[in-house]
Each structure stands twice: as structure tokens, then as C-alpha cells.
Design a protein around this ligand. Structure first.
Ligand SMILES: [Zn+2]
Length: 371
């Protein structure tokens, strides 16, 4: 801060001009040299300080000392210089503050060689994984995939599948009905689908034979949750309709699918059952994968098959000709089969899980075993 206000004896315009520009250049030089907040404070006080600041000296040495005729001119110049000093102080402060934040940023600069935040990679849920595996087996056989709504009408869930109103088979499925539907005709009343079979009807309504589809999806029953039951679970349903499809095709297809899912040594057996929408109907058992169908394991009876050597796994049958009536297919010309299986049931067997609830608890320690 080499500058100090000169005492003036000559108050003529050229002399004032020279003195003013001397001050202005000293000001901008001083301002440019300020690098820190501490320096700025000294700078500010030097130029604007009430006691001994440059502006105070200007007042005393120029304005007060000027003779009467020059006062007006000197006053104007002093005011201009005041403004200049104030602006210089303001802009110096602003420069230091942005400079300091830029400096801070530079100090905190990103090290791109540091490892990033690792987000654990999710894995397919065992139920979805199993569902995809089942679907893949049938896709390899040329089946396509169809999906349908989880909220269904009574017509699609029951009536068109040959469950007439008041049919006793409706009682076997504890259906969750949607409230407030009483004013509608029964066939239009909404419910949560109890099986994926309505998708078969929807598919046949929009597609003419030949039809080969698998329908994976979520279904709902009014069951209390326990180790083997869940009010929400998953099914994969299959349907093949064409000319000359026989029960042999059904047996061969199901047998192939079970071998693909559980290994080529697995045997299947069919025995009569009942479903309203298939005739004849069959339940399918596979030879127990835990005891190789022997019924004994580790010197005792096999728990998994209750020593029978067989595990019941799915339902199937030849599509009841009545069903074709609902979808405008000519039952005299075509035939077909349908099958359905519970995804959780298959996942439980494949992975040796002993409680179906484990699939729904979302416990990462359980789920990550399947990744
Ligand atoms: Zn067994």
C-alpha cells in the first residue's frame, strides 16, 4: 500500500485530473494484489477506514482544503472517487469469495481411481426363477406365452371353464370375491382369479387352432398362510389344441417337462382325477427325487414322499368339449389337452425348501442363496 493522498496546492482541473488518475491506478493495483480474506480486510480499511482511510484523507486534504471557487469541482471529483473505491472494495470481496469456493472445490476434486459405491446386484427371486424355468421348457417345445388379468370375471374364472353356477367344484376353491358386485349378473361379477385357466379361454377367444400356449401368473385363494399354503401363489398353465391331439401327446409332453425340470431319471405316472374343464382328467405324480422313488432314505421312510416313492405335482387332462362351446371352436374337428402346476410347489421340491412362507418374507439371507 504505497499510495497515500497527496496534499494539493494546485486545484486546477489538470492538476485534479492527474491526482485523480494517480489514485485510481493505485486503487486498481492494490485491489488486484488481494488474495485472501485477511488481505482484503486490510485493503478495505486502508481505503475506506473512518480514521485515516484514503477517503477520509480525500475529504480533509482535497475538499476541505480547496478554496471557495474550486469546491464544487473538487466535491464532484471526490464523490466520483468515493464511488470508485466502494466499487473496487465490493468487487475485490466478490472475487475473493468465489475464488475461495473454487479453491475448496479444487481441494475436494474427484479421484476417479477410487472404487465407486457398490450396489449389490439383485437376483431373480426363486419363485420367478422357477417360473421362468418351467416356461423355458415349454418354449423349447414351441409354446408361446400368454398372460391375463388377475382380477377376473366369474365367467372367465368359472363359467366358461365348465363350472356352472352352484357347481360344487366352486366350493373347493376358496375364492376371494370383490365386494359390491351383487347388482351385476353373476357372470360379470369380479373376483381374484383362483387359477391361471381363464387365460386359456381368453387365448382361445382370440386365436384359432392350432394353439400351444403356456400361461404363467399369480393366483389368489382364501387360504390361511401356513408352511404349505399361501393366499397368493403362482401357477403355470399350459394348453395345446389342434387336430388329432390325444392323451398320448399329453403324457409325452408332461413326462418330457418333468424330466427337463427334475432330471432324466424322473418317472411320471398318471391316475384319474376330476377337473370340470377336462375330461378325462388326471393327476400326475413324479417319482420321489429325494429317495429316487424307493420310499426309503437314510435307513428310514422318506419324509418327502411319505414312503410312497411318489410325489403329486400337477393336474391335467383332455379339454372338455363343453369348453370349446364357450370359445366357438368346433369340438368335432379339434381336440386338445391342458395342464397346470403350482410354481412354489416345484420350487420347494427343486430347492429343498421346507416352508412356502420363506418365499414371501423377503429375507435377503434366504433369497441370496438362489442368486
Ligand atoms: Zn421319497
Amino acid at each position: 500500500m504505497a499510495y497515500s493522498v497527496r496534499k494539493l496546492t494546485d486545484f486546477s482541473a489538470p492538476s485534479l485530473d492527474a491526482a485523480s488518475s494517480e489514485l485510481a491506478s493505485a486503487l486498481s493495483q492494490a485491489s488486484a494484489g488481494i488474495q485472501s480474506e485477511a488481505e482484503f480486510k486490510i485493503f478495505r480499511d486502508y481505503w475506506m477506514g473512518r480514521k485515516g482511510g484514503v477517503l477520509t484523507h480525500l475529504n480533509d486534504l482535497w475538499l476541505k482544503a480547496s478554496p471557495g471557487p474550486n469546491k464544487r469541482d473538487v466535491g464532484q471529483r471526490v464523490n466520483e472517487l468515493k464511488k470508485k473505491v466502494e466499487q473496487a472494495v465490493e468487487s475485490t470481496l466478490a472475487r475473493i469469495q468465489t475464488g475461495e469456493s473454487a479453491g475448496k472445490l479444487a481441494a475436494e476434486s474427484l479421484d476417479i481411481t477410487l472404487p465407486g459405491i457398490r450396489r449389490p446386484i439383485g437376483a431373480e427371486h426363486p419363485v420367478i426363477k422357477t417360473m421362468n424355468e418351467i416356461v423355458r421348457v415349454f418354449r423349447n417345445l414351441g409354446y408361446s406365452i400368454e398372460e391375463g388379468p388377475e382380477i377376473e370375471t366369474d365367467f372367465y374364472n368359472f363359467e366358461s371353464l365348465n363350472f356352472p353356477p352352484n357347481h360344487p367344484a366352486r366350493d373347493t376353491q376358496d375364492t376371494i370375491f370383490i365386494a359390491g358386485q351383487d347388482s351385476k349378473p353373476q357372470r360379470d361379477r369380479l373376483l381374484l382369479r383362483t387359477h391361471t385357466s381363464p387365460v386359456q379361454i381368453r387365448t382361445m377367444q382370440k386365436m384359432k387352432p392350432p394353439v400351444r400356449v403356456v400361461c404363467p401368473g399369480k393366483v389368489h385363494r382364501n387360504d390361511a398362510a401356513d408352511a404349505t399354503h399361501s393366499p397368493v401363489f403362482h401357477q403355470v398353465e399350459g394348453l395345446a389344441v389342434d387336430t388329432n391331439i390325444t392323451f398320448c401327446d399329453l403324457k409325452g409332453t408332461v413326462d418330457h417337462a418333468m424330466k427337463a425340470l427334475f432330471g432324466s431319471s424322473v418317472k411320471t405316472r398318471f391316475y384319474p382325477s376330476f377337473f370340470p374343464f377336462t375330461e378325462p382328467s388326471a393327476d400326475v405324480q413324479i417319482s420321489c427325487i429325494f429317495c429316487d422313488g424307493k420310499g426309503v432314505r437314510d435307513g428310514g421312510p422318506c419324509r418327502n414322499c411319505k414312503a410312497s416313492g411318489w410325489i403329486e405335482l400337477l393336474g391335467c387332462g383332455m379339454v372338455d368339449p363343453n369348453v370349446y362351446g364357450f370359445v366357438d371352436y368346433d369340438a368335432a374337428k379339434i381336440s386338445g389337452f391342458a395342464f397346470g402346476m403350482g410354481v412354489e410347489r416345484i420350487a420347494i421340491l427343486k430347492y429343498g425348501v421346507d416352508d412356502i412362507q420363506l418365499f414371501y418374507h423377503g429375507d435377503v439371507r434366504f433369497l441370496e442363496q438362489f442368486s
